[in-house]
Design a protein around this ligand. Structure first.
Ligand code: G3H
Length: 254
């Protein structure tokens, strides 16, 4: 299990082949930051091309089906992601939970299927603003973790958790450092309950309006092991400013 800071770009439903130039630029510059693990989850259509166009960065999917194959029109399975060159998959993103009705149980099944296929998994959790205003942020996130974390002997393998308060996604509003710190500590406690000692090694990413300007402060928070980045991952320049903020030392020349 790597303990490098993990900076993951989620391109969501953005990007055609013309955007591979951004991925190439990110890949080239990532060589200057050996102390950071960098990855991008493009749309399914770009996974294979991005894998072939890059050497340093991880490439991942944004979702997968529970089954390995079958009559599931429009879906993509975990072994198919592997076959296309993906290393990992993002599961349970709030947009999938809200717009596709994904339940904790389904996300857990997907996570276990992805791990069985050899993929790393990023399980996303996070409360809405209504849930936070009602004082329920902690209980909502805890319940999401209880329901959606992969179990079984190797559940902690290549697993990360992304805390993304829904109200911070794409809004320019960022959770306060105190709130991020408090929630990440709660998540760490839960991971230790579920996985024992292995729960200490799982990286907990923050996501929600992370930019180059706020990344240094966010990434310095105890228990923040990286960032899941949406909008700012779509250009090499803005994404690399976040990667640079995660680098423990000055970049190597190049
Ligand atoms: O997966 C990424 C998150 O939804 C964050 O998106 P954002 O950086 O555009 O707020």
């Amino acid at each position: 299990m790597s303990n490098l800071p993990y900076i993951v770009g989620n391109w969501k439903m953005n990007g055609t082949r013309s955007m591979l130039s951004e991925a190439r630029a990110i890949d080239r510059s990532t060589q200057r930051f050996p102390g950071v693990q960098v990855a991008i989850a493009p749309p399914f259509t770009l996974i294979n091309a991005m894998r072939e166009a890059s050497q340093m960065i991880g490439v991942g999917g944004q979702d997968c089906h529970v089954e390995a194959s079958g009559a599931f029109t429009g879906d993509i399975s975990a072994p198919m992601l592997r076959d296309a060159g993906a290393d990992f998959v993002i599961l349970g993103h709030s947009e999938r939970r809200a717009l596709h009705g994904e339940t904790d149980e389904l996300i857990r099944d997907k996570a276990e299927a992805a791990q069985a296929a050899g993929l790393g998994v990023i399980v996303c959790v996070g409360e809405t603003d209504g849930e936070r205003d009602a004082g329920n942020a902690e209980s909502v996130v805890s319940a999401q973790l209880d329901g959606s974390l992969p179990r079984g002997e190797n559940g902690a393998d290549k697993l990360s958790v992304a805390y993304e308060p829904v109200w911070a996604i794409g809004t320019g509003r960022v959770a306060s450092t105190d709130d991020i710190s408090a929630m990440h500590s709660i998540i760490r406690g839960k991971l230790k309950d579920v996985y024992g000692e292995a729960g200490d090694e799982i990286r907990i990413l923050y996501g929600g309006s992370v930019k180059g300007e706020n990344a240094p402060e966010i990434l310095a928070i105890d228990e923040v092991g990286g960032a899941l980045v949406g909008g700012a991952s779509l250009s090499a320049e803005s994404f690399l400013s976040i990667v640079g903020a995660a680098a423990p030392e000055r970049p190597e020349r190049g």
